[in-house]
Design a protein around this ligand. Structure first.
Ligand SMILES: [Zn+2]
Ligand SMILES: [Zn+2]
Length: 320
């Protein structure tokens, strides 16, 4: 049983003998829908709420009476939001709060067939800039305490539409998991993520590194082939990324997604960006392939059983 680097969380690594990447090959991410009826495709902009930001070569615009065309990324409020800017009163006799916030869909490419694991360098750099821009736009809203940015790729990973997109949910609270992390960070003499990035750079869990970032298989990986992207220097959120950081993050994200794609044949996955406006926090991005199901033991104990050791996963991903 392995304990998380600095949290009271555990994973059981139960590597099954002889298990190969081919045992995790996935029969695809669920197929592609028809671009004619895809609300995320160019020409179908009327099928979504107006863009809050359409990213074009000429600048960033919000939709007016006419929908902006010629975009390379586009963000709009979710038609079926989990949270809204003007929610109804809380209901229920237990503790309830207004589900106040913003829920955006970020369409990452006008190309219906685009696959982020094969994004070009320019596409990846643009994606990082869009994430940073959307984050900065929402984190300073008066009631917003946390901005969750995540991607679901493939139907089993939660993507309801196949056209590549991410989501942003801005919340009026800091999620409990982040609060627990901050408490543990506050008790450490040095930022544990800074220590981690330094230590893992020379471990057998390192997969790739560049000047500013590392890509590792975390010691207590909760799912097979989980990877984390960490800045080597202390940065708390996307806003703090300078232009070189952005290039380096784009590169390492491309390496993380590309290697998974080559090793496992296009698996479904989620990636999540963990960040806080609090300068004590350390930005990190986690990629979790959706290859295993959360079942009874995990629900009963909160402890995961992972059948691929992170050292094996890293070794396979290094050569993929
Ligand atoms: Zn489409
Ligand atoms: Zn740090």
């Amino acid at each position: 049983m392995r304990r998380h680097y600095f949290l009271d969380e555990y994973t059981i690594i139960a590597a099954e003998r002889g298990k190969r990447p081919s045992d995790f090959q996935h029969p695809g991410t669920g197929g592609r829908s028809d671009p004619k009826t895809c609300p995320f495709c160019p020409g179908n902009e009327e099928m979504t709420p107006p863009a809050v930001a359409a990213y074009t070569d000429g600048g960033v615009f919000a939709d007016g009476k006419e929908r902006v065309k010629g975009w390379w990324a586009r963000s709009f409020l979710n038609l079926y939001p989990a949270v809204t800017a003007e929610p109804g009163p809380p209901s229920g006799e237990w503790v309830a709060d207004f589900a106040r916030g913003f829920h955006e869909v970020i369409v990452e490419s006008p190309d219906h067939q685009a696959d982020p694991s094969r994004f070009s360098k320019r596409d990846l750099q643009r994606l990082v800039c869009v994430y940073r821009d959307r984050y900065r736009c929402r984190i300073y809203e008066p009631f917003v305490e946390y901005v969750s940015i995540f991607k679901n790729w493939g139907r089993v990973a939660g993507a309801s539409l196949s056209h590549t997109h991410s989501q942003l949910i801005a919340l009026p609270i800091v999620p409990p998991a982040l609060k627990r992390e901050m408490a543990a960070i506050g008790e450490s003499p040095r930022c544990p993520y800074c220590s981690l990035a330094g230590r893992e750079a020379s471990s057998d869990r390192l997969i790739f590194e560049n000047e500013r970032f590392v890509l590792i298989a975390p010691y207590s990986s909760t799912v097979p082939y989980e990877t984390w992207i960490l800045p080597k220097g202390h940065l708390s959120d996307l806003e703090g990324l300078d232009p070189i950081d952005r290039e380096c993050l784009a590169e390492v994200l491309g390496e993380g997604l590309g290697r998974l794609d080559r090793l496992l044949g296009g698996p479904p996955y989620n990636y999540t960006i963990h960040q806080l406006r609090d300068p004590g926090y350390h930005l990190n991005l986690r990629i979790q392939p959706a290859l295993s199901t959360i079942a009874g033991f995990e629900k009963n104990t909160g402890i995961f059983i992972n059948t691929v050791s992170p050292e094996d996963a890293a070794s396979q991903l290094r050569t993929a």
